[in-house]
Ligand binder design. Sequence first.
Ligand SMILES: Cc1cc2nc3c(=O)[nH]c(=O)nc-3n(C[C@H](O)[C@H](O)[C@H](O)COP(=O)(O)OP(=O)(O)OC[C@H]3O[C@@H](n4cnc5c(N)ncnc54)[C@H](O)[C@@H]3O)c2cc1C
Length: 375
Amino acid sequence: MYDAHVIGLGSMGASALYHLAKAGLNVVGIERFGIVHDSGSHSGQTRLIRKAYFEDERYIPLLESAYNGWKEIEQTSGNTIYTESGLAYFGESDHPIVQGVYQAANSHRLPFRACSNREKAPFALPDSFESRVEIEAGFLRADIAIKSFVEAAKKTGAQVFQNETVRAINYREDIVEVETDKRIIRAGKAVICAGSYISELIPEMKNRVQVSRQMIGWVKPKTNDLEMFEQMSAWVIADKTIPGIYYGFPMLDDVTHPMHGQLKFAHHTIADSIHPTELHQYDPETEEAKLRRILEQFLPELADQPISLNTCMYTNTNDEQFILDYLPDSGNKIVLAAGFSGHGFKFAPVIGEIVTDLVARGTTQYNIDFLGLDR
Ligand SMILES: Cc1cc2nc3c(=O)[nH]c(=O)nc-3n(C[C@H](O)[C@H](O)[C@H](O)COP(=O)(O)OP(=O)(O)OC[C@H]3O[C@@H](n4cnc5c(N)ncnc54)[C@H](O)[C@@H]3O)c2cc1C
């Protein structure tokens, strides 16, 4: 009998497990695949982190805590997770996303600087585009982050079952019973962080979230000036002719990663809906052609280079806001952290902290009213 289960040890579940264990709870985590895999929402090595939150300024206080949380897990694990590369925003000043960035930056006094010519050098940008760099922004190493949380949780006493799928969750007055393909595990409470698979466990979520397949491209720079690509900022391009944004990362020096020596880039917009089991069933030629358009338009020097592909899933709510609430009718015994809509990773530490508050204290100091199920 545990104090709490954490179902799903991906981005949010790994952090939840760590924070629950750190708070002194006897906690068990269950993950259907391994710790870090490519059949969820966290693959592809890196994630952007930024504070100029054009999506909704109510996320900014959560981000302040998340930044502290990333520092804490770096110290606890001894691993580097956050790189403050800066984040360059390229776009016309009247683009709604560019306006949203500047508005959030102004109201929260977030430091920005001009973009250097060297940082702009790889790009072909229209004269009408402005370029500014958010200083306290950059990227997170997602795979290292998740492993760090799980390892730290284990050191604090958490039990972890990998390659074990939760099939059903039953609850009665003082107990939550989780049935996996290997055993039955009992605890007082549960946290569900099942990412794109949430509707398998909670069928009512089918009306709340849709899963989409998102493609990631990798391309090798042609130049001898590799330092330019290693030292560039992370970047975002907001162009009025495309929905969403294009974005990318500097080239990383991690020789152990299969995409070592390549630049990662992608299109952040909600793609077609799929069932999670269809994630890897795509036509590479079609997907490569879509990604090549980004290079042709904005990184023409790289446009004739081969592109390697990865996939990943978004779990999208109708309003693209997260879901962070108790499961209705569970007597506040089950916490749901779901629907991170393609922008959740950077928040993982504070999500872990909030679910721990909800499990251990029944309340949290953070404003999460806008993330409730009653919206
Ligand atoms: C291409 C791409 C780019 C992105 N870029 C950014 C970015 O730049 N910045 C940012 O902040 N966010 C970004 N995101 C979003 C972010 O990665 C997600 O919001 C976040 O990973 C969601 O975390 P999660 O814990 O809900 O899902 P996951 O990390 O997928 O974790 C869910 C886990 O639950 C497990 N699970 C599911 N069902 C069961 C079950 N029945 N039993 C046991 N285990 C189960 C799964 O195997 C999985 O490991 C991006 C996402 C994608 C796909």
